[in-house]
Design a protein around this ligand. Structure first.
Ligand code: BGC
Length: 415
């Protein structure tokens, strides 16, 4: 049997077997992983060289006659990632592939261990939606050693093991949010009105959040510069407006503080540029509970989470950016299968796949930290109260229930 041991300098040493995984060292990590990260830093300083030792299954994955798709998802309990993971799993299984899927409970060290396990389970390809895309570089050295290709799903990953990326156009998501505020406030109209806006950005651990912030600011910055738009709290920067883990509670806390500190004297709050729907729930509640103005506050988001759709119908949120997960997972499925079939992965796939939704191919937009990834970027859609039913209910993505709530429809596109 071929024995393959790859000697490599590892910044993080992965514990093999039951002991769990070291490494990480970020905001999401547990105390034990923090200690491990400190140890790792010491090892790094001492220049400890470690070996990547691959299991037999990992060494033989390509010749064992079974095609296994390995999927690593951020968390099963978060609706967004639960749908992504299950749509992917169903699509591959319906087409006869074996799927090995792991959920990371939104923890970096759990995801590192998951990927380590998937490699050693002998998967043939790895599809990863990262908890934190900058923390997988080391564990992906194992995938590289086992010659397992990796495709990044939705979130960018920093690793030269990742050549392909399937996502929505992140900058366009932000752009649509910015345009909603620009157009609703009619900022191009010449008058003396000054409008007040606050900004709630995403989690800067997630590189997608950069795209959302800068995509929106490209639209809104000219009005901030001219004074037509004013951020009364003065908090306009990406980092100072960020929401760790896209948390509803943290967004609620920050917005409550801002409203009570800057808007309790009757200053109108006209708009909140909010990066996504989980944070927008917190902002909507802060407005309901603490804002005394009578105007409708513009509030953006993204994803089309069911509670936010209800808020849009009730006038508590004014737009979301819908990113159709059945389409995103379909694109991921087709790119993966084309890759496994040895086809050329480039712009020509868009036609060959016959997608009935818009996808743009780019090889000069999103980088894996070393080089641009070959990216398939789906087009997001702005949803307001005016087009919600037509675009999301009539087109079969959600059911609207008698009590005004929404349910995601089982719309997995089976092969
Ligand atoms: C996704 C968004 C999501 C956010 C929080 C981002 O990477 O692209 O759709 O709202 O993570 O889960």
């Amino acid at each position: 049997m071929k024995k393959k041991i790859v000697s490599i300098m590892l910044a993080a040493v992965l514990a093999v077997g039951a002991g769990g995984c070291t490494g990480g060292g970020s905001g999401y990590s547990s105390d034990s992983s923090k200690e491990a990260a400190e140890e790792t830093a010491e090892e790094k300083e001492e220049g400890v060289s470690s070996e990547i030792e691959l299991s037999e299954a990992a060494q033989n994955h390509a010749i064992d006659g079974e095609e296994i798709v390995g999927i690593s998802m951020p968390a099963e309990h978060l609706p967004r990632w639960n749908q992504d993971g299950n749509y992917l799993k169903d699509n591959f299984e319906a087409a006869g592939y074996t799927v090995d899927i792991k959920w990371a409970d939104n923890k970096i060290d759990t995801q590192q261990q998951d990927i380590h396990d998937l490699v050693n389970d002998g998967v043939d390809i790895l599809l990863i939606a990262a908890v934190k895309g900058t923390e997988l570089t080391d564990v992906l050295e194992e995938a590289k050693a086992a010659e397992i290709p990796v495709i990044a799903y939705d979130r960018i990953i920093d690793s030269d093991s990742v050549e392909y990326y399937v996502s929505f156009d992140n900058d366009m998501v932000g752009q649509l949010e910015g345009e909603h505020i620009r157009d609703s406030l009619d900022l191009d109209k010449e008058n003396d009105e000054i409008y007040h806006m606050e900004i709630v950005s995403g989690d800067s651990n997630d590189k997608n959040a950069d795209g959302y912030y800068y995509g929106a600011m490209n639209v809104l910055q000219p009005y901030l510069d001219s004074g037509k738009l004013e951020v009364v709290s003065g908090e306009t920067g990406y980092q100072e407006t960020e929401t760790f883990q896209w948390s509803t509670e943290l967004a609620n806390e920050r917005m409550t503080n801002i409203i009570t500190s800057y808007y309790s004297d009757g200053t109108p709050l006209d708009a909140v540029l909010c990066a996504n729907d989980t944070a927008a729930i917190g902002v909507a509640d802060a407005i309901r509970d603490s804002y005394t103005g009578k105007n409708q506050v513009l509030l953006t988001g993204q994803d089309g989470d069911v509670d936010n759709l209800k808020n849009i119908m009730d006038g508590r949120q004014t737009m979301t950016v819908y990113k159709c997960l059945p389409h995103e997972t379909q694109a991921m499925y087709d790119v993966t299968v084309a890759f496994m079939n040895g086809e050329e992965i480039d712009e020509s796939l868009i036609k060959k796949a016959g997608w009935d939704f818009d996808v743009v191919y780019a090889d000069d937009r999103y980088s894996n930290g070393t080089e641009y990834m070959k990216s398939f970027l789906l087009t997001p859609l702005a949803i307001t109260k005016d087009n919600l039913v037509e675009e999301l209910v009539d087109k079969g993505f959600y059911d609207m229930n008698d009590d005004g709530t929404f349910t995601v429809k089982e719309t997995v596109v089976k092969k």
